[in-house]
Write a protein that binds this ligand. Structure first.
Ligand SMILES: C=C(O[C@@H]1C=C(C(=O)O)C=C[C@H]1O)C(=O)O
Length: 106
């Protein structure tokens, strides 16, 4: 159980608070990315071709949506789009590996 109380950004009284909260947030983000990855791998079961694994139209649309979400949160859309582009390109390669394995078993 995590008994440390969360400190809001404006309430931080020093670097210990700042770094503890940053670590806590990044731990949660990485846990969510792990879950996101599981959904991507699951997607490979429903794909019918190499092109559908890559789904370039969906890739483009999801990046555009994340740009808009970044803007809403006061973040730089280019920085967020680049981060997602790198991440999702990696996920697509992993999805492709799974899809190829699946193709050999059907
Ligand atoms: C998960 C999918 O497969 C790929 C991975 C995506 C992602 O990680 O968001 C998006 C599109 C595809 O390139 C999908 O088609 O939705």
């Amino acid at each position: 159980m995590n008994i440390e109380r969360q400190v809001e950004p404006e309430a931080c009284s020093g670097m210990d608070d700042v770094r503890r909260e940053i670590d806590r947030i990044d731990r949660a983000i990485i846990a969510m990315l792990g879950k996101r990855f599981k959904y991507v791998i699951e997607a490979s079961k429903f794909k019918t071709s190499e092109m559908s694994v890559r789904s370039p139209d969906r890739f483009k649309a999801m990046l555009e949506m994340r740009r808009e979400w970044a803007q809403l949160e006061g973040l730089n859309p280019d920085a967020i789009a680049k981060m997602y582009s790198d991440l999702v390109n990696h996920f697509i390669e992993e999805e492709m590996k799974q899809w190829e394995i699946h193709q050999r078993t059907i």
